[in-house]
Write a protein that binds this ligand. Sequence first.
Ligand SMILES: [Zn+2]
Length: 119
Amino acid sequence: MASRIEHEFIGAFAGGVFATFNNDEANPHAVNVATGALLGKYAARLPDMFEPASHPNHRNFFHSWVFLGTLGVGMYKLTKWEPKEGYEKVLKWFVLIAGVAYASHLLRDSITPKGLPLV
Ligand SMILES: [Zn+2]
């Protein structure tokens, strides 16, 4: 089982990398990367907040391949959205980083001996 700190580290890395390549021109680059890493750190905790790792078979729907696929489709559709307002751009950026960090958690869990359930 991957530890919470490991998930946070991977999520922060994923959020930081995402922010590095998806910058908002309004903000300094370093601020965006740091914000992305911080958001990624916390968003990577979400799967275990929905389904706490209190027993070996805690992985259910929010840890499943179906959820990961649904998340991927949702994020893909979100990348096609072209927000007009500033707050919409920020919201899109935040949701995409949270999604990347969430996915990083599931992908890390998928390579453990227990893996992920289909549904
Ligand atoms: Zn987990």
